[in-house]
Design a protein. Structure first.
Length: 426
């Protein structure tokens, strides 16, 4: 049985790791320590999981003490993005394995320090890219490996984040680049990693445009130019189209799969000290973009045309992968409870370069992120599935490539010029 410590007792840490370890993988894993900058989070965690009542807790400065006292085997890093690199490097210096939430880091400098630390260490880093495990995404990987489309030449990926999910990033700590690296890193690393994994090529150059169109003080739907507001106490929220899409004058609603929880609307007890995750999406401290379009070039010739928008009427993506022998297409509507119209079942269409179209259906499994989370957790805590003929768990190099691409996108937006991706590590 391996001994795990948790760095960052976040909602994600509790839902993705702590709960499954206690309920499903208790014969293979044991939680022996909790670390966070906010002592209130320990209280919330133990209220939800009384089994952890006797598990010791530590402050940020007590990392080495925690490792020594708990005799941990693995460090799970699940706090805010800007905290990841320090814990990963320190764990590797203790020759421990690391499981980290994406993004692995927020800058190329942090990625370089992690890769150098891993090279010196007996430990290794695993980045928990759960999107790889979604049934559709695994099927796409398998079709490419079968040679259905030949050598991949181009990818079109357009990702849409709806007005609820998109707005949530601008209510929380993500809204500051120093915390998240911006959404080209915090969110788009998911998307870049998928493409990198599907086509098995390395990104080498990016050119991009980006802007803040919807949020921030100049957002066209801002009901009042005033900083410091919070959804739970805002006097003008009835005039905010983003808030009122999900609520009415007599009823405040938190839609399902909310990234923020009831604290968004000031309901219940705030689970944090000195922090509220319901800050106004039109605040002037916001310094990240909400819209990107980018082109990425790969080392074996493939070209990616990518866009993402964080204020769209529905959530999902449109994907096409072209190759020398054919084309794969799929379209997803995510979070159907929030989509205001009927949506079709997601399938994959295969168009051979010469021949008739085929449509592939997949078996969807239960669990978060389209059924990806449970399969990822099995690989983490039980070992990789021996029946799967390809690698799916992500290591530090893949984690770095996704972050480097996101940084290249933002740097290109800022400077108006192409960016050589791998050179960012230097």
């Amino acid at each position: 049985m391996k001994r795990y410590v948790i760095c960052g007792v976040s909602n994600r840490a509790m839902g993705m790791f702590i709960g499954p370890i206690l309920k499903t993988f208790s014969s293979h894993a044991e939680i022996v320590g909790l670390l966070d900058a906010d002592p209130r989070r320990f209280e919330v965690c133990r209220e939800q999981y009384p089994e952890l009542k006797e598990v010791p807790s530590y402050t940020e400065e007590q990392f080495d003490k925690m490792i020594l006292e708990t005799k941990a085997d693995v460090v799970i890093v699940a706090g805010a993005d800007h905290t990841h690199e320090a814990y990963i490097v320190r764990a590797l210096e203790h020759d421990l394995d690391v499981l980290t939430e994406k993004p692995m880091a927020t800058t190329s400098d942090e990625c370089r320090r992690i890769l150098e630390a891993e090279a010196r260490s007996k430990g290794k880093v695993t980045v928990t890219f759960n999107y790889r495990y979604m049934p559709i995404h695994r099927k796409l990987k398998e079709l490419i490996l079968e040679g259905r489309i030949g050598r991949v030449t181009s990818i079109d990926l357009n990702w849409y984040i709806d007005t609820f999910h998109g707005a949530s990033y601008f209510k929380r700590w993500n809204r500051k680049r120093s915390n998240s690296g911006g959404l080209s890193i915090h969110k788009s690393t998911h998307h870049f990693d998928l493409v990198n994994w599907w086509i098995d090529q390395t990104p080498i150059e990016a050119f991009a445009y980006g802007a803040l169109h919807y949020y921030g003080p100049d957002g066209e739907l801002n009901p009042k130019k005033e900083d410091g507001r919070h959804c739970g106490t805002c006097e003008v929220k009835s005039d905010c189209a983003y808030f009122m899409r999900w609520s009415s004058r007599s009823r405040e609603v938190v839609p399902k799969d909310d990234h923020v929880g009831a604290a968004t609307l000031g309901q219940g007890k705030n689970p944090y000290s000195n922090y509220r995750p319901d800050a106004c999406i039109f605040d002037s401290e916001i310094d990240i973009e909400d819209t990107y379009t980018a082109t990425v070039k790969y080392d074996r010739g493939a070209l990616l045309s990518y866009s993402v928008n964080f204020s769209v009427p529905y959530e999902g993506y449109r994907l096409a992968i072209n190759g020398t022998k054919g084309r794969l297409e799929t379209q997803e509507y995510h979070a159907p409870s929030r989509v205001p119209f009927p949506v079709p079942e997601q399938t994959i269409d295969y168009f051979p370069l010469f021949g008739s179209k085929e449509t592939f259906h997949v078996v969807f499994n239960e669990g978060g992120h389209g059924g990806g989370d449970p399969l990822l957790l099995e690989d983490i805590f039980l070992g990789p599935d021996p029946g799967r003929p390809y690698e799916i768990l992500s290591g530090a190099r893949a984690g770095a490539n996704s972050v480097l691409t996101g940084e290249a996108v933002w740097t290109s937006v800022k400077n108006g010029a192409p960016v050589r991706i791998q050179e960012l590590l230097r």
